[in-house]
Design a protein around this ligand. Structure first.
Ligand code: GLP
Length: 260
């Protein structure tokens, strides 16, 4: 795992976007794994600059969301399909027909989960997966004690996650209690993982993910199993990392050929 500590969110977005773009450019069948939440917004902003400069074209690149709420009607503004359409698909000039989220409104959710796994496989797998992290260490909506081998499935959201996401439902709508999420096993199948985190509230989750034991108690620790995982954080989110100085030295001393 590579851990990079940067001074501010814009630098995080710029580096993460360069990494994502490099992965997509060298892939035979580029496929982008998308995350919602506020943390990756800086990545999308930086990717947009690359697209607008003509350095990256995403129009033909399929996209797969990590997760979706269960029970929101299609087109609900806070469904992740809609959030991604507004915040990612349109600004990055992606083709909406090529961007999918698990179908949380399906009559048969198990069939929807299987169909989602199959669609990812048919696209040739996810080239690079963008990730945020929850305060309790969840990635996607893989809440604590999610199986490290899990695939796309239904999960119950923790009270803490529902409280954290209540800010997106200001009209008094209840935050859904369930979601469909790519499993940790699904996420680990991506060719590369880029996780970003900002702020002191994420510091414990980042510490557990990077330096804690591999444990479903902190689902993001599953990244330790991936050969090509990069974790990019600001100083506040890095605040509890025991080996922070080592990560800084490693990044500063990186050979030119390894830089993107
Ligand atoms: C939600 C999403 C996750 C995201 C997390 C943190 O639970 N399902 O993918 O990582 O929120 O969000 P934020 O980046 O807004 O803190």
């Amino acid at each position: 795992m590579e851990v990079v500590i940067l001074p501010h969110a814009e630098a995080i977005g710029a580096l993460a976007a360069r990494l994502v773009a490099a992965e997509l450019r060298r892939a035979e069948r580029p496929v982008l794994g998308l995350a919602t939440g506020s943390s990756p917004l800086v990545i999308y902003a930086a990717l947009r600059r690359l697209v607008e400069a003509g350095d990256l074209a995403l129009a033909g690149v399929p996209g797969f969301a990590l997760d979706e709420y269960v029970g929101l009607p299609a087109g609900h503004p806070e469904s992740y399909a809609e959030v991604l359409r507004r915040e990612v698909v349109e600004p990055l000039c992606m083709d909406p027909a090529l961007v999918r989220a698990p179908d949380g409104a399906a009559a048969d959710l198990e069939v929807a989960c299987e169909a989602y796994e199959q669609a990812i496989a048919e696209a040739g797998g996810i080239t690079v997966q963008i990730l945020g992290i929850g305060e309790n260490g969840h990635i996607g909506f893989n809440e604590p004690t999610s199986s490290l081998a899990s695939r796309t499935r239904i999960k119950t959201l923790t009270a803490a996650t529902r409280a954290a996401n209540a800010r997106f439902f200001p009209d008094g709508d209840a935050v859904p209690t369930h979601c469909l999420t790519q499993g940790l096993g699904t996420i680990l199948d991506a060719g590369a993982l880029v996780l970003v985190a900002q702020g002191e509230r994420k510091a414990e989750a980042v510490r557990q993910a990077v330096e804690g034991p591999l444990s479903s108690r902190w689902p993001a620790s599953a990244l330790q199993l991936h050969r090509r995982a990069t974790v990019i954080v600001d100083e506040a989110a890095a605040g509890r990392l025991e080996l922070a100085d080592y990560y800084r030295e490693t990044f500063a001393a990186k050979p030119d050929w390894q830089r993107v």
